[in-house]
Ligand binder design. Structure first.
Ligand code: PRX
Length: 653
């Protein structure tokens, strides 16, 4: 578990409380405190009421079929996600409302009304069909944060082709692994994207990736424009690669949405686990859309005239559920920004908030801690008075960052929703309801109505400090791991009987609020990105000079955690500063820059038990500079002392 127990005990005695203002309460989407009881008394009926707010081509016969660990929601129901996000808004005043307001990092701006977006998505759906993509075929999307990312996702949903979006920061090899695992037929990429003034050459990465895949028939390339396109750096392979704009030019804007079963696959999204191989988390159609729709509306208190901004990347689940599907299913106006928060200066986010009159702002604690570090002057230069609700997601938020967010960004008037959920849960699970819940800095508070969560010990007994557990199926739950049913059962359903194990530690306080403490498995959370220690270890031992490695998380002021790698080099290789730099770069090349270790410590031996198991617990103690725990089971206890001394020396250097 990350963090230490003492600090969390201090958290639990948090006395500060923030109630929603009378004004907020009076207009809140959810204002009835009885909602929790009503939902608990008839969970299926509760979710069914939300589902009815969507458009179904055919109603369901049964709300839920639960054969643990397999759930089916809205059984027999037929619908299409893109139809719900677009077509159904075209018959009323939303037709000409801005659906997507996009700003590129260099400052280029594009706005799509619901009408425009529907047209673009329909055209691109026809483009995909023209390339031979049929219902059930997988499509990989490797794009920057540009409107075409949302258009491509919605087009896939429209024709029933499950997408697999791969974050643009991943390396060619990571992209290839994901393309191959899903056997994607088409890859959609761009000539480049902007990040901190530089250009990320996605097409070049995609070329390298596709070379490692035998399933890809076509690569569709979006011309990003704004100085990238036209540089002549993109190599197009004849017969395989096609320009997006060429195909769109002649595509028809009429495309009937595919009639999808409620349980048809909507997308696969890869996330890190405790082995070296990422898991393809599977989400289906009806239940997923119902819960992302419901939570977007209730948790963000979404109103017709809101300007909603979620700063996540579409490559992560937050971007799927709370940039694309949830908000558009609600007919919201979504702001999307391509680039970095500190480009050209550290006021960029606040400049955007002012410029577009952002009313709802959803970001990650790691970003908030960076803003804090940069100082209040930056937000202080802009008018943020339109913001009325703030959200956080991705990791536990420390009370200090929460208070800063509340005071400096929220002007002490905005409720903060600290939302706990995961790639696997698909949608928000534990969260305040902004018009009802008294919030306290650092806690995600209570399960959303209709969600059953508690804290259990190893044997499944209720406790106040232990593992977070989800005790009943929920509509947007993952339906499996793509192609690996055994792993699905083993990872999430083997700890307790019929109860979902998310992999997080948690505590309950006297108000019955849940405090999520972080991962209890070998998964790190670096700047809100999930990275498996095993993935980094495999990347390290892949280098010719490395004999063995062990990777642990280390508390980091801004990123939450950073990566510390302990490495044993092969005979005759020296642990120089140059070697350290080489290995860090090697990991970045293999996985992506997000996985670059912050420090590499060379050691002749790793602490191992007599049976040869590396004791990561001790390495974590060393990395955190804590007193090292029990070493009696070690084959050679002196290893730890040597390592500790070495670590401290290098840390001081
Ligand atoms: O450890 C929890 C942490 O992020 C993990 C899920 O990561 P991922 O699947 O990448 O999804 C992130 C965005 C939904 C969880 O197991 N986490 C997420 N939100 C919170 C959180 N930890 C504490 N508080 C949160 N609000």
């Amino acid at each position: 578990m990350s963090g230490d127990a003492g600090a969390f005990d201090a958290l639990l005695s948090e006395e500060r409380r923030f109630s929603p203002s009378e004004e907020f309460r009076a207009h809140a989407v959810v204002a009835d405190p009885g909602v929790y009881e009503t939902a608990a008394a008839d969970r299926e009926g509760y979710w069914e009421r939300w589902a009815r707010e969507l458009d179904w081509f055919q109603a369901w016969d049964r709300v839920l079929e639960w054969d643990p660990p397999y759930a089916k929601w809205f059984v027999g129901g037929k619908l299409n996600v893109a139809h719900n996000c677009l077509d159904r808004h075209l018959d009323g005043p939303r037709r000409n409302k801005a659906a997507l307001v996009w700003e590129g990092e260099p400052g280029d701006v594009r706005t799509y009304t619901y009408w425009d977006l529907h047209r673009e998505v329909s055209k691109f759906s026809n483009v995909l069909r023209g390339l031979g993509v049929e219902k059930g075929d997988r499509v990989a999307i490797y794009l920057p944060m540009i409107p075409e990312a949302a258009i491509a996702m919605l087009a896939c949903a429209r024709i029933g082709a499950p997408h697999s979006v791969v974050f643009g920061g991943f390396s060619p090899e990571s992209l290839a692994d994901r393309i191959n695992d899903a056997r994607a037929k088409v890859v959609i990429t761009a000539d480049g994207g902007y990040r901190r003034g530089g250009i990320v050459h996605l097409k070049a990465n995609a070329d390298e990736a596709v070379r490692l895949c035998d399933c890809v028939e076509h690569v569709v390339v979006v011309a990003r424009g704004a100085g990238i396109t036209g540089q002549g750096q993109v190599r197009m392979e004849e017969g395989r690669d096609v320009w997006y704009h060429d195909l769109m030019e002649s595509a028809s804007a009429v495309c009937e949405p595919e009639v999808m079963d409620s349980e048809d696959l909507l997308y696969i999204l890869y996330t890190s686990g405790t082995t070296g191989k990422p898991k393809g988390v599977v989400h289906t159609t009806g239940g997923y859309l119902t819960q992302v729709y419901a939570t977007t509306k209730a948790v963000f208190d979404l109103k017709e005239d809101d300007m909603y901004w979620c700063t996540a990347d579409v490559g992560w689940v937050t971007g799927h559920s709370y940039i694309v599907y949830g908000p558009l299913a609600n007919g919201a106006t979504v702001l999307m920004y391509e680039g970095a928060p500190d480009w050209p200066d550290r006021g960029r986010f606040w400049e955007i908030c002012q410029k577009y009159g952002v009313t709802i702002f959803y970001t990650a604690p790691t970003a908030i801690r960076a803003f804090m570090r940069w100082g209040e002057d930056w937000p202080g230069r802009y008018d943020l008075s339109r913001i009325r609700l703030l959200g956080t997601v991705g990791e536990p938020i420390n009370p200090e960052a929460w208070m800063w967010y509340h005071r400096v960004i929220g002007g002490e008037r905005c409720p903060i929703v600290d939302t706990w959920w995961q790639t696997e849960t698909g949608a928000i699970m534990i969260t305040p309801l902004p018009g009802l819940t008294d919030t306290k800095p650092g806690t995600a508070t209570r399960p959303f109505p209709g969600i059953e969560a508690t804290i259990l010990d190893d044997v499944g007994g209720e406790t106040t400090a232990g593992y977070l557990a989800i005790t009943a199926p929920w509509p947007s739950m993952l339906r499996g791991i793509y192609g690996d049913d055994e792993r699905y059962r083993a990872t999430y359903w083997s700890k307790w009987d019929g109860v979902y194990f998310p992999g997080d530690g948690a505590k309950r306080d006297g108000d019955d609020y849940l405090w999520i403490l972080g991962r209890v498995d070998d998964v790190l959370n670096v700047a809100g990105h999930r990275i498996g220690t095993m993935e980094v270890e495999s990347a390290l031992v892949d280098h010719q000079s490395v004999a063995e490695s062990a990777v642990v998380g280390k508390t980091h002021d801004i990123k939450g955690q950073s990566i510390a790698a302990f490495v044993t080099l092969k005979e005759g290789v020296e642990g120089t500063a140059e070697m350290e730099a080489t290995l860090k770069q090697h990991v970045a090349d293999k996985i992506g820059a997000i996985a670059r270790p912050e420090m590499v410590v060379f050691t002749a031996d790793l602490p191992k038990t007599r049976s040869g198991k590396i004791m990561r617990r001790l390495l974590r103690d060393i990395a955190e500079g804590r007193a090292v725990g029990d070493t009696t089971t070690l084959a050679d206890p002196a290893v730890v002392q040597r390592l500790k001394e070495k670590y401290e020396e290098e840390g001081d250097a």
